[in-house]
Every structure is written in C-alpha cells, then in structure tokens.
Write a protein that binds this ligand. Structure first.
Ligand code: GLC
Length: 692
C-alpha cells in the first residue's frame, strides 16, 4: 500500500511512473512521523533499540544506515571517507525495520538531509524543502516494500549481455595503439575481455562528439577492427560543452539558447576538463533531444555503449569564482602573507571546486519556469543520461545500448546504470563497494559496480585480485584507474594466470549472473540482498554486512583485508561451500549453520549455495560472444528437490517477456541417494554435481 502526501508544489522529477494504487492523503497527517512545518518540512520519528534503517542507494557507511547524517546532494568527491555526507547520486528512499515496517520516498530535486540517529541516537529527523511529494510504502517485509517501490518508479534499465563481460578502462588510453596493446595483452594472456573504455583523451581537446583524428585516425575502421576481436569500445561523454569557436556543438548550443544561463541571462561559464564550458540545459526536453541526437556521431561509427561523466555537474571553478580568487591573491600578495591570510588563501583556492555559490548562480528552463540550479541540482545527471537513452531508443528501438552515468537520481535507473564514481585504491573502498550494492538495488540501480582496483591512488596486485573476486558478481565489472596512477590492467602484475582464472570465473558464472540480473530488473527485485532480508529472524544474520546474497541461490563472503588468508563466515543455515580457483580447480563441502573460519587464499574465492538451490555454470569463454550458453553444468545443494528458473535471451533485443526465455531446471534426490536433473528445454547439461 502506497500513500502519497503532497506538500506545496514540487517540481516534477518524473521519478515516479508506475500506476500503483496509492491514496492521496492530506499532508497534515503523515503516519509514524511527527511533522514540523515552517520554512522547511521536518519529519521526526522515534526509533527503538532494534530499529534498522535501509536504503539511500549510493552513500557512504553501512547497509544499516542508522547512526549518521546523510544528505542527498550529488557531489564529486573521489576521496570520500566515512565523514562525508553525500556521494555522486541522490537516492531519497529509505526503509524502517523495527517496531514499525515501512518505506519512505521523498521526491524532490532539492537537497534533503537524513539525520538517522546522529543528533539524537534514538531519533530520525528528515529535513526536506517545503515543496515535496512524500510517499509512504507499507508492506510486511523489506523485500515487499522494495518491490512496491520499484513498481512505482518503473522497470530498471537492462544492459546488453556483452556489457556484463569484463571491461578495461584507464584515464586514458591516449591512442589507438595503446588500446590495441591492451587488447593484445588480454588475449595473449587469456584474460577475458569484452570492452575497452575510452576516457576523455579520445576526443579532440575534450570536445564531446569529436574524435581526435591524430591519435585515433579512421575511428570507424578502428571500431570495426576491435569488433572483429570481439571488443566493444565505450567512449566517455562529459556534461560540459567546450567553448570554442567553430565547434559545432558549442555554436549550435549558443545559437539556440540551449545552455544554462547566469544571473544576467548570459550562457553560464564553468571550468571542467575541456577548460571553459557551458552546460546544456538537460532539464529542457528540447535540449535533451538535441544533445541526445549527438550520440549518433559515435553510433554511426559502430559505438554501442557510453559512460556519461561529470554530470553532477562537477565544476572545478566558475568564471566568477576564479576572478574573485585571483583578486584575493593579488590583494594579499601586496602584503606579507601571515598565517591568517595563508589559510584564507588556501581555502579560497580549495573552495573553487563544486562551490555552493556557483550552483546557485545559474538557471534552467524547467516546465515553463526559470529555475535556479540548486533547486534542481540532483536531476542534472539523471536528465543527461535520459537524453542519451531516449535518443538511442529512437535511433534503434529494438536494441539495447550500454549506458551508465556518474550522477543520478531515482528515475534515472530506467535509462541507464551507474558506476559508483571516483574511489580510491583502498581496502576500505572495497568494503564500501560491497556494502553499497544492496542499497543501490533497493533504489532500482541494478546495473552498477565500482571502479575495480580503485580509481585514484596506486593499487596493489592483491587489492585488485581481492576486488575482482567480489566484482565478478557485480553486473558492471570494470577495472578503471586515474591518470598518473600505477598501471592497473590485470596483465601488468606478476601472477597473470590467476587474474585470467578469476576473471574467467565471471564468464563461468555468467549464465547465473545474467539470469538473476535480468529477472531482478523484470520482477522489480534485488540482485544483491543483505542477509537480513532473508534470514531476518536470525539475530546474527541480521547484522551481517560483509556477506551478501547474490540472486536466489548464492551467498558470497568476499575477503576485503590485506594479507588475510581467510575470514570468518557466518552461515545462517546449512550451505554448500564451493571454493574456486578456476572452473576446473575447486572444492565443495557442506557446512553447518554457524560460524566458520574459512581459509581463502589470494587466488581463490568462496561461494555458498543455499539449501535446495541450484547454480548453473558455463564452460567459460574469453568474451561473452563466445559463451556456449546451451552447454551448462549444474551445481546444487539438494536435500530433497530444487528448482532453478534460468533466464536466457539473445543479449541485445528488448523482447524480455517472451516465454521461451525461461528454462526450468529441476533436481530431485532419489531414494538411492542419486540425483536426477531435468529441464524443460533443449539444454545440454554437461555435468551435474549435487550434495545433500
Ligand atoms: C572523472 C571520472 C573518471 C574519469 C575522469 C577523467 O574523474 O569520474 O572516471 O576517468 O573524470 O575523464
């Protein structure tokens, strides 16, 4: 049951599309909350000791969000640590599990703060602007609330199957030969690979929808050459359009008034990677249509996927801010700089980037009104990605493109995925990645993953390996590293064979991963679930945040500490552990409910098959196209009988609902202790291995 409470006149976000049966209620009575109304809306809720809080999507800290102050304010912050309050996305959905069970979605493009027991450890205080659509979702479990919410916000984006293969990225591969080298090294070392990402340097002076003819000559031919090697090139598109005379996108934008305006009505100028840029007014449908169609420049040359970046939008400096800072420097430089001036100077320079003052000094045309940016800040990345998605859909309605964004708001999950933005080559960011995934799924973001290995800072061989041992389960699996960091491609390290095997396991597990991912999108379910959603009655399981359920059949327990040779794993019930080094090198064992110290060497990872559940495995491949999907092995823990519904399709069409995409595989334990595995379609089951 969904109840909608309307406060004031909120700017439409189009986050909610579904037609659930909700009741529009008088705004004065919001169940569970005490409401204060003055300049803003303040919602108070008293927690009991047991209350847990889930949700908020892309945020720092744990799965249980209790005990910190969060803010929805899309922010560019690579070095985020636990003291931060917001990251790249703004996902205003949370759920309460305790004396009450309900979910809340605060639909507003403005900033919301979530004081979840920060000021008072027993109280939730949510502050929102006075214009707000407040949705209350009541159902008997967290999973049911998620499904109701997701029905309300519409079906999640589904990526093409090749985009679930392994992607290699770097800022930057500076020319076509560097890309060729990356591909060659992967192929020669038998490290699977499906895509190579092109960061900003493929462009001519960082101009969107251009290709540098010197470093990437004959780009169309190059794309084709890569496709012959079964590699997809995935170029980046940045939000800011470079100010440069003669540059068509810039000139068209100026001519048609497509850019955000400053206070005086001139095109707002910000500094980002290309230098001085204008921001297309992505909130305006006409501008979206124009910007989206520009992607055709690249699709015409064979490109089938994009990542949209810097779309919070990130601002390194504004023209005004820079002027002020320079003026300040000139003033203080006339005197002897004392400590006070020094700190002021430092603050002025550091404060140039992503300065709140800048966000309140440019304007959009939104639904017939002129709106200052900070009122709609959280929508910018969402609408940029929507621009691309809608144009791609128009160009090729029946084909799936890869599309993901850095910044997002709920609603964007229908148009593309997200990566979790810039992170660091830190073990703590691997753990953050693990904890963030279920929260993102709650908010509809299923095609997601982090910069594996870490973006900024230097990675180490063991960090990359351990990270991969987790990331092979995330739908978006991409190794990405920043400029001036250590080379981070898998083949750069000592033990290339292990990398080949671990990444290879992604392809072995892919039939299951893809099936669970697509079903989660189609059925508005979660792909990654916290243990508490399934084993909530178990007080131990309820609090575990470093083990996750992946789809229906699996639990994972990644290793996220340097030099660890294993870890404690808690089993909420008897499970079948499978420790994999590669498809051929693995061990299986049934483990009882309870605590176990499991040795997990650097070269291996452990998965746990749930009771009466099955796992399907391919024979492996070095790219998605080469997977033989009708030859599968079945692994299961079958006490009596188990059934698995496998989803399979061609990987690029959008005919998801066809009946013949679903194959039912069953395993029965016979009286003599043997197992009979059956399936209702023409699959070749090459091997069965069940324990009971
Ligand atoms: C931003 C992106 C990062 C990219 C870099 C250069 O920091 O988040 O992924 O590599 O810009 O384009």
């Amino acid at each position: 049951m969904v109840k909608k409470f309307k406060f004031g006149r909120v700017l439409e976000t189009e986050a909610v599309t579904g037609k659930p049966e909700w009741m529009e209620m008088s705004a004065k009575q919001v169940p569970y909350f005490q409401l204060e109304e003055n300049q803003e809306l303040v919602f108070h809720y008293q927690m009991d000791k047991e209350t847990m809080i889930y949700g908020l999507g892309e945020q720092i800290r744990g799965i249980d969000k209790r005990g910190w102050l969060y803010e929805s304010n899309c922010s560019d912050d690579p070095q985020h640590q636990e003291g931060k309050h917001s990251l790249y996305g703004a996902h205003n959905f949370f759920m309460i599990s305790g004396k009450d069970t309900f979910g809340v979605f605060l639909d507003t493009p403005e900033r919301v703060t979530f004081d979840f027991g920060y000021s008072d450890k027993n109280e939730i205080t949510v502050k929102a602007p006075e214009d707000l659509d407040f949705y209350l979702i009541e159902a008997e479990s967290m999973e049911k609330i998620v499904t109701e919410f997701r029905e309300m916000i519409g079906q999640s984006y589904i990526a093409p199957k090749w985009a679930l293969g392994y992607g290699q990225s770097r800022w930057s591969y500076f020319n076509a030969d560097e890309v060729r080298e990356v591909v060659k090294e992967h192929r020669e070392n038998h490290i699977p690979l499906d895509s190579v990402y092109l960061d900003i340097d493929y462009m001519e002076r960082y101009k969107d929808f251009t290709v540098d003819g010197k470093t990437f000559p004959e780009f169309e031919k190059f794309t084709e050459e890569m496709r012959k090697q079964k590699i997809h090139l995935v170029p980046i598109i940045d939000a800011g359009v470079k100010i440069e005379e003669g540059y068509e996108v810039y000139e068209e934008g100026v001519r048609n008034g497509y850019f955000c305006k400053d206070q005086e009505g001139k095109d707002f100028v910000a500094g980002v990677w290309p230098g001085r840029v204008h921001f297309p007014d992505m909130l305006c449908p006409q501008v979206r249509d124009w910007f989206g169609k520009k992607y055709k420049f690249l699709t015409d040359m064979g490109i089938e996927g994009f990542w949209n970046d810097m779309n919070e939008p990130a601002i390194f400096y504004s023209e005004e801010g820079l002027k002020e800072a320079i003026q300040f420097v000139n003033e203080v430089s006339k005197e002897n700089i004392g400590l006070q001036e020094f700190f002021e100077l430092k603050e002025k320079i550091n404060g140039l980037a992503n300065n709140p003052k800048d966000y309140s000094s440019f304007y959009h045309q939104y639904q017939g009104e002129t709106v200052v940016h900070d009122k709609v800040h959280n929508l910018y990345g969402y609408y940029m990605t929507r621009a691309a998605a809608e144009a791609l859909e128009q160009m090729e309605p029946d084909k799936r493109f890869l599309l993901f964004s850095r910044s997002s708001y709920i609603g964007m999950h229908r148009y593309g995925g997200i990566w979790t933005g810039d992170n660091m080559s830190w073990w703590s960011h691997l753990l953050l990645n693990i904890k963030m995934m279920p929260s993102l799924n709650m908010c509809g973001f299923l095609y997601t993953g982090a910069d594996t290995g870490g973006f900024s800072g230097d990675t180490t061989e063991d960090l990359l390996l351990r990270w991969l041992e987790f990331s092979i389960f995330t739908p978006l699996l991409r190794n990405h590293a920043a400029l001036a960091t250590r080379n981070q491609e898998a083949y750069r390290f000592t033990d290339q064979k292990t990398f080949a095997k671990i990444i290879g396991m992604r392809y072995v597990l892919l039939p299951y991963i893809y099936s669970e991912y697509v079903k989660a999108a189609l059925e508005n379910k979660m792909y990654f679930r916290p243990l508490s959603f399934v084993y909530g009655e178990d007080r131990r399981a309820k609090k575990i945040e470093d083990q996750l359920l992946v789809g229906e059949s699996l639990m994972i327990a990644p290793v996220y500490e340097q030099n660890a040779q294993g870890r404690y794993v808690y089993l909420p019930e008897r499970m079948m552990m499978v420790k994999y080094k590669s498809r051929e090198e693995y061990t299986t064992e049934l483990l009882e409910k309870g605590d176990h110290y499991i040795e997990i060497a650097l070269e291996e990872f452990a998965i746990f098959i749930r009771k009466n559940h099955l796992l399907v495995l391919s024979t492996g491949a070095e790219c998605v196209e080469e997977l033989e999907e009708n030859k599968l092995a079945v692994l299961g823990y079958v006490e009596s009988s188990a059934e698995y519904v496998l989803y399979q399709d061609d990987g690029f069409s959008k005919d998801y609902w066809k009946k013949d995409h679903y194959i039912t595989i069953t395993a029965e334990k016979e009286t003599d202790g043997s197992f009979t595995v059956k399936q209702n379609r023409s699959l070749e089951i090459v091997k069965t291995e069940c324990l009971s």
